[in-house]
Design a protein around this ligand. Structure first.
Ligand SMILES: [Zn+2]
Length: 468
């Protein structure tokens, strides 16, 4: 189907988007919409990060965090963590008052916690995000502007264009709606060369709002894969055209728009606060109904990793998981695009213990990472999410593996600024990230095409191992 292509310019149109197509209904709802717009307008001032700066701590143990908090209190400095985990390792903090940072830096030196202060202010980093690609642009036949981060409606418009330009190959489908009534879109590409036995690849993107490189990379891949299908057969990459592709290119449109309009560092969706609470949003990558739900997640609605009041409570997760289960017989590889840090993270995410088929999943990751390195020179670390980073349950990759019984599942952390775990990446790098992921997709498609159909038996083996 062709999705509504209304270009939104105001809060009012945004609320009407996709839902109110009939003018009489539009007129009836107008007073309510205007009232809502006024209320939202009063409370939704844009959060400015102009006078913020980034501090990176190398945390060895909990004492380091305590010591850091002591220094913050002494200096009356306000810093927010950019990571949801508080395990050992590298932690980014966003601190206020750039001009007053010298006092904090001095105290941190005294405290002997290893740290680094980003020389660029947050304002400079955010300006660099708008920096377009100047030369040596990688050619792609698409007319879409891959030199900036698009708004949700621009993504929808381009998906419609791709569908129109690739009849019979690309199909867009509205599979659900968000709390703010934006469409949840599934884009299917392919011509099922093996009929019902055609293997498929699933890719969801944009689950976390502030990870802007994720949806645009999915859009780039859709564009690039569709282009492959348009070529003469002898020119086509047979790996790419040999499978079907399911994309959810922007899985959290409300959060994404909020991160553009109001808070660049917003991570969750825009679920209204639970009863008796005042904070919005659920972490959509902690809300999937799968073993491990609740691990590495918060019960506090104000936290960035709030798991929701129950598993599968969020419309974004319900729509994606329902669709994934409906195509699981064919989907051989399920990927989730996030940022940042350049990781190819295999299941399990909810525990550090490796799955029985760890070697198989890591082998695909390593081949993909090699293809990425040959294309862009960037290196991705490969390994299980729970072991390499920190255990976190209720995520889409574990759902794909444990509930949908799909043989290969991975979360890909795309690059961030300076390759670090930061969500701001200059727009000039959008194409190179897209191209490196397209190279990885060749490897992914080949593995998918050669894998048997049906439920993955590894979970049964794992149950036997655990019982025996
Ligand atoms: Zn993420």
């Amino acid at each position: 189907m062709c999705l509504d292509t209304t270009v939104t310019t105001s809060g009012e149109d945004k609320l009407l988007d996709f839902t109110v197509k009939h003018s009489y209904l539009r007129n009836m709802l107008r007073p309510l919409i205007l009232a809502l717009t006024v209320i939202l307008g009063k409370t939704q001032d844009r959060i400015s990060y102009d006078n913020h700066y980034l501090v990176n701590l190398k945390v060895a143990n909990e004492r380091d965090i305590d010591e850091f908090n002591r220094v913050l209190a002494k200096e009356q400095a306000h810093c927010q963590s950019l990571q949801v985990d508080l395990s050992e390792g590298s932690h980014d903090f966003l601190c206020q008052h750039h001009e007053e940072r010298n006092g904090l830096v001095h105290e941190l030196h005294q405290s002997q916690i290893p740290f680094e202060v980003e020389s660029q202010s947050m304002r400079e980093l955010l300006l660099s995000e708008k920096q377009p690609e100047s030369r040596n642009a990688i050619p792609i036949s698409s007319k879409f502007n891959y030199n900036k981060y698009p708004r949700f409606q621009e993504i929808v418009n381009h998906l419609n264009t791709i569908e129109k330009e690739n009849p019979g190959v690309v199909r867009n489908e509205r599979v659900g709606a968000t709390h703010e009534n934006r469409s949840l879109i599934l884009t299917t590409i392919g011509n099922s060369p093996m009929g019902q036995d055609t293997r498929a690849v699933w890719i969801d993107a944009g689950i976390h709002a502030r990870e802007w490189i994720s949806p645009i990379t999915a859009l780039f891949l859709i564009d690039r894969i569709a282009e492959e299908f348009r070529k003469e057969p002898y020119q086509q990459d047979q790996r790419i055209v040999g499978v079907d592709w399911y994309f959810m290119p922007i899985s959290n449109p409300d959060g994404y728009e909020y991160s553009h309009e109001t808070d660049r560092m917003w991570r969750k969706n825009r679920a209204p606060p639970p009863k008796g609470e005042s904070c919005y949003g659920v972490d959509l990558n902690r809300n999937w109904d799968v073993i491990g739900f609740g691990i590495g997640a918060s019960n506090d609605a104000c936290k960035d990793n709030f798991k929701g009041t129950k598993a599968n409570s969020e419309p974004e997760v319900r729509a994606a998981s329902k669709k994934l289960l409906s195509v699981k017989k064919n989907v051989r590889v399920a990927l989730s695009l996030h940022s940042a840090g350049q990781y190819w993270l295999t299941s399990w995410g909810y525990k550090t213990q490796l799955p029985v088929d760890n070697d198989k999943m890591v082998s695909l990751g390593k081949k993909a990472a090699d293809a990425i390195f040959r294309t862009s020179g960037r290196r991705y670390k490969v390994g299980s999410a729970g072991a390499l980073l920190y255990p976190a349950g209720g995520a889409s990759d574990d759902f794909a593996k444990a509930r949908a019984l799909i043989p290969y599942a991975a979360t890909i952390e795309l690059p961030g600024s300076h390759g670090k775990r930061r969500f701001v990446l200059p727009a000039s790098q959008i194409r190179s990230v897209g191209e490196e992921m397209f190279a990885a997709m060749g490897v992914v498609a080949e593995v998918a095409r050669n894998h048997p159909l049906g439920d993955d038996p590894s979970l049964m083996e794992e149950a036997k191992r655990n019982n025996g």
